[in-house]
Design a protein around this ligand. Structure first.
Ligand code: M6P
Ligand code: ZN
Length: 187
């Protein structure tokens, strides 16, 4: 493959798209098996309308060592038995850091290092820093789509099994007043 040349990537605030764009992925309820507290409710939703929970649109910058790829993630608003819709969440195998910039809607980053849990509220303009070694999951805590830009080392990778094995410490539910209520992961 030819070397990547300097490039300007246009971000469309309304459409939440990148141009030029790289790969896009769409995650539906059927892709999120075992991740919500209420697996039966998740499975029922997957067997029914199977809604799109989130999309990830990448720039053409490849996920390769020394590159610095970026993507826009858009999480739809919703809850499954009270638990806010969210990304799968992952750990970076070599513990690289990552930054997120909230663009629209409201959300949060749930992080877990195997011992401690951290929760960052994300409003448009908030830069969330994910330090080395913290698994990260994004959550839409609002009533509109929540979109953010992610910038991460090209060799960071995605270890999804780590989250299945260790959990995320906590879960984000919709509280009585509509705001996020963090509860113990297994409760
Ligand atoms: C952000 C970045 C991506 C990640 C995406 C969705 O855009 O962290 O690397 O793929 O969120 O999160 P997940 O891979 O956990 O589903
Ligand atoms: Zn990451």
């Amino acid at each position: 493959t030819p070397p990547i040349m300097p490039m300007a990537i246009r971000f469309d605030h309304e459409q939440l798209t990148l141009a030029p764009a790289g790969p896009t992925l769409t995650r539906r309820m059927s892709d999120l098996e075992g991740l919500f507290r209420d697996e039966a409710a998740r499975a029922a939703a997957a067997a029914g309308e199977n809604p799109v929970v989130y999309t990830v649109t990448s720039s053409p910058v490849p996920e390769a060592n020394r590159e610095l790829p970026q993507s826009i993630t858009t999480i739809m608003p919703g809850t499954t038995s009270g638990e806010f819709w969210m990304t799968k969440g992952h750990q970076h195998p070599d513990h690289q850091g990552e930054i997120y910039l909230a663009i629209t809607g409201r959300g949060g980053i749930l992080m877990f290092d195997g011992e401690q849990t951290s929760w960052l509220e994300m409003l448009p303009g908030t830069i969330g820093y994910i330090p080395p070694g913290w698994a990260h999951r994004s959550v839409n805590t609002g009533t509109e789509p929540y979109a953010f830009l992610a910038v991460y080392p090209g060799g960071a990778g995605h270890d999804y099994d780590w989250v299945v094995e260790h959990g995320m410490g906590k879960r984000a539910f919709r509280g009585p007043d509509g705001s996020a209520l963090l509860r113990p992961f297994a409760e």
